[in-house]
Design a protein around this ligand. Structure first.
Ligand code: PSV
Ligand code: MN
Length: 429
């Protein structure tokens, strides 16, 4: 769908630019009183990147139903077109996380340049051994990398090796593994043997990791297995990443923890142990709800970034986390949700950049609990929206990405351009 983005964005600037400039200047004066240079913060905001998941641009679903939206992407090229719109407007998502075989291209070089001309990279491959593909020799019904039968494990390993070979041709730099392996019933699995088998399979994948690549492993406490999972928590993930070697890291998906788990503590520990690979950002109220990042617990998101920015500031050796969204958009336009979520993640980062670290250190040393929290709250309650908007503006993006997107009528145009039969049935992604 061809849209005159430059024109729309300029029109928005004429309409909203003067008010934004006023807000920005006012915030600049406020921050100056706190000893903070707004231009330096804006530069950090502009350098921030969070990848979008290719599987997030189509409408998601629950176990019960999927309510498809108009103009859904029908192939990986259309997904990349949609990802381009997201980045065009919010200027924070130049990278895409691909899912194989859902995004398997016939011609990887063509896909890579299709993305490149849109200013996008395909940084991470994700394997899929949690469902069966047509014609597949062995079923994953009872597991994949940890399956009791060697032939199933070998098939799952081969799929991961294929993802990485493909990824090399796409210019990817990391491979991410999430498995659905686990048990529904007490006694169904010998839990220690299952983990041993998983680790054995991962060793084979790790050994084939292309030069310069990182391997991310993603834990999850339940679902689709409802009693036990093989990589059930960050401790097991850390153990596996350590067993595998220096290029294996734990990936933290926000939704993959029990309610009330202190995720920022997990993040801090993984940083401390040199094994934080990155994130799948989303939000949740109950389980792995895959809601939009920052929609339910924005303070938690900020506290995670507080740990990340502190590690950055302290120059923790090897600290280089990869930021990705991983959400399921069931009741919103997925592009709007992804834009809003990318901005929420960037907002939390920028707020964390405003923490007065010297003051916080001093309060911590004096055991002043109240003022320690107040220092964090001062940063968290600062409305950084003008900084984010100016960072977008400087890079040709929109002041209000969702508003410009709606004005463009991109979705309405797709509805006729991409006629698709309603895909019935449930599904997480
Ligand atoms: C399933 O929980 C899941 O959302 C995992 O978080 C993976 O990252 C994602 O699917 C894609 O495989
Ligand atoms: Mn995930």
């Amino acid at each position: 769908m061809a849209v005159a983005w430059d024109e729309l964005i300029e029109r928005e600037w004429r309409r909203s630019g003067p008010a934004l400039q006023e807000d920005y200047d006012h915030l600049g004066r406020q921050l100056k009183r706190r000893g903070v240079d707004i231009a330096a913060i804006e530069a950090r905001a502009a350098a921030f990147v969070v990848a979008v998941p290719s599987w997030g641009v189509a409408t998601g679903g629950t176990r019960f139903a999927r309510f498809a939206g108009p103009g859904e992407p029908r192939n990986v090229f259309e997904k990349i077109d949609d990802c381009h719109v997201i980045n065009r407007l919010c200027c924070v998502t130049p990278d895409i996380s691909l899912h194989i075989p859902w995004d398997e291209p016939d011609d990887p070089a063509a896909l890579r340049s299709f993305a490149a001309v849109r200013g996008l990279t395909l940084g991470t491959t994700n394997s899929n051994t949690f469902e069966d593909q047509p014609g597949q020799a062995h079923s994953y019904k009872f597991g994949s990398l940890s399956h009791t039968e060697a032939a199933v494990r070998e098939q799952a390993i081969a799929h991961n090796l294929h993802c990485m070979t493909l990824g090399e041709r796409l210019g990817a730099r990391a491979h991410s593994v999430w498995i659905g392996d686990g048990g529904n019933f007490p006694g169904q699995q010998h839990v220690r043997r299952a983990l041993d088998r998983y680790l054995g399979s991962l060793h084979a994948i790790y050994d084939a990791l292309p030069p310069g690549w990182r391997l991310f492993i993603e834990h999850k406490l339940y679902e689709p297995a409802f009693y036990s999972t093989v990589l059930n928590d960050w401790g097991v993930s850390y153990h596996c990443a350590r067993e595998l070697g220096p290029r294996a890291f734990s990936l933290v998906d926000f939704g993959h923890h029990a309610p009330n788990v202190n995720i920022e503590m997990i993040v801090a520990r993984l940083i401390q142990f040199g094994k934080l690979g990155g994130f799948h950002f989303n939000d949740s109220q109950y389980g792995d709800d895959d809601l939009d990042a920052g929609s339910i617990k924005p303070f938690q998101l900020f506290l995670v970034f507080n740990e990340l920015v502190a590690a950055e500031a302290e120059g923790v050796a090897g600290f280089d986390p990869c930021y990705m969204l991983d959400q399921s958009h069931n009741v919103t336009d997925p592009l709007e949700s992804l834009m809003a979520s990318a901005v929420e993640v960037q907002r939390a980062y920028v707020q964390a950049c405003l923490v007065d670290r010297e003051a916080l250190d001093a309060y911590q040393e004096r055991n002043d609990a109240l003022m320690s929290l107040a220092t964090l709250k001062q940063a968290f309650t600062t409305d950084v929206a003008p900084i984010l908007a100016m960072a977008r503006r400087a890079r040709g993006g929109a002041i209000d990405p969702v508003a410009v997107y709606r004005e463009s009528r991109y979705r309405q145009g797709l509805a006729t351009e991409r006629p698709a039969p309603l895909r019935r049935g449930a599904g997480i992604v």
